[in-house]
Design a protein around this ligand. Structure first.
Ligand code: PMP
Length: 414
């Protein structure tokens, strides 16, 4: 994937850690070791400051006001849109729709594009490793339209079975909706290849980038996907803001998702006309501060360099994987050759919830459960896993704390 302009310098993790005030906090008398970034990331001071500044001195509603404060807020909001455009290397800022999160972005596509384009007997291809957010909206659409959901299987490593994917694509396929990076396994899917195969048969592709954008540079023009979605809260930005990228030509064909204020051109009791994208899809007052915070988070990441972030996380994942492999009775779920910093595991001796509870006593925050991806848990025949997700602010020393804490679990239960 080609990258936005990046600094070549390697990541200075200790400097990065100082940017995140919460990382100096303690829980249960132990320093916080935060390994739950795949659920939501912590926020750097620059993002927190941007929110405080905006609410202290910049706040007004946008797009309507004629006074300086509102004009300034509108400018900041639209600048944030342009930052998202640059971050994804989209061609045009009209291709960026602000939404609440990845879930809303997928629902928007399902309810707007999907209801218009999908009919009885049509098929939508997803994969066995999808988050519920990229299953349920398509399942609902299929139920409504009499369409069929087809599922690309996943092998024992947690990689997509590409031959099976190819054979699922047919003239009945109306859309491929697949995750770029799996939240439960860490698998990085060959997104560009998936898009190429689908496009060869004239099928548009939505990529769920919720777990990709925090870890690697993403270029939607290089990927050539038709839709790309992500959530700000996993990208070091506030919760409540996310983005949908859609090719302009496609967005222009789509009806509104929600209606009301902001998204109209003119309203009479007889007839309403709608704005062009992206305004057509942004009904009501948006999360203005959230969008501005997202723009600042993007600046922060670009300053560090997405390639430097990816390189550090890769190194840390290799270290953590090697340490995990030394632990008797531990099985890593998801061993794809291309992986982002997710370590899902099960222990012979203890349930994932017990593991997470004991780790918490050691100050280590991990996630336990099905990770909103129940079908992939079924595929691996586990009810749940414990998941440690790595990020730009995690260190080898923290991995050692995690491994020692897992040692306590095995002592207690083993
Ligand atoms: N897709 C993936 C791959 C995810 O990991 C998540 C969040 N865990 C989502 C979609 C949904 O994100 P959100 O809850 O922010 O809408």
């Amino acid at each position: 994937m080609s990258a936005a302009p990046q600094h070549a310098a390697p990541l200075d993790v200790q400097a990065v850690r100082k940017d995140f005030p919460i990382l100096s906090d303690s829980f249960h008398g132990k320093p916080l070791v935060y390994f739950d970034t795949a659920a939501s990331s912590q926020k750097p001071q620059v993002v927190i400051d941007a929110l405080v500044d905006f609410y202290s001195h910049g706040y007004a509603n946008i797009h309507r006001g004629l006074y300086a404060l509102s004009v300034g807020a509108t400018r900041s909001f639209e600048e944030a849109r342009d930052k998202v455009r640059g971050f994804l290397n989209a061609a045009d800022e009209r291709e960026i729709v602000f939404v609440r999160n990845a879930t809303e972005a997928i629902n928007l596509v399902a309810m707007s594009w999907g209801r218009q384009e999908v009919g009885a007997g049509d098929e939508i291809v997803i994969s066995a490793m999808e988050h519920h957010a990229n299953i349920v909206p398509w399942q609902q659409l299929c139920a409504e339209k009499g369409a069929v959901l087809r599922v690309t299987p996943v092998d024992d490593r947690g990689e997509l079975e590409l031959d099976a994917y190819e054979s699922l694509l047919s003239d009945r396929t109306k859309l491929v909706a697949i995750t770029h990076v799996s939240n439960a396994l860490g698998t990085i899917n060959p997104a560009k290849q998936l898009v190429e195969s689908a496009h060869a048969k004239g099928i548009p592709v939505l990529l769920d980038g919720a777990q990709a954008v925090p870890h690697m540079s993403v270029d939607v023009r290089d990927l050539d996907c038709d839709f790309y979605v992500f959530s700000g809260h996993k990208l070091f930005a506030p919760s409540g803001i996310g983005a949908l990228y859609g090719k302009l030509g496609v967005l222009e064909t789509m009806p509104p998702f929600m209606t009301g204020g902001e998204m109209i051109e003119s309203v009479t009791f007889e007839k309403t006309t709608f704005k062009a994208p992206p305004g057509r899809f942004e009904a009501g007052t948006p999360d203005i501060a959230g969008a501005i915070g997202l723009g600042v988070a993007i600046d922060y990441l670009q300053e560090l360099g997405m390639d430097a972030i990816a390189a550090w996380e890769h190194e840390l994942l290799a270290y953590a994987t090697a340490r995990f492999e030394e632990i008797p009775g531990l099985r890593i779920i998801g061993t794809a050759r291309e992986k982002a910093g997710v370590l899902s595991f099960v222990l012979d001796c203890a349930h994932p919830h017990d593991v997470a509870t004991i780790l918490d006593q050691e100050g280590v925050a991990v996630r336990a459960g099905h990770h909103c991806a129940q079908p992939i848990m079924d595929r691996f025949d586990v009810p749940a896993t414990t998941r440690a997700s790595l990020s730009l602010y995690n260190t080898r020393e923290e991995v050692d704390v995690l491994v020692a804490a897992i040692g306590k679990v095995t002592e207690l239960f083993g």
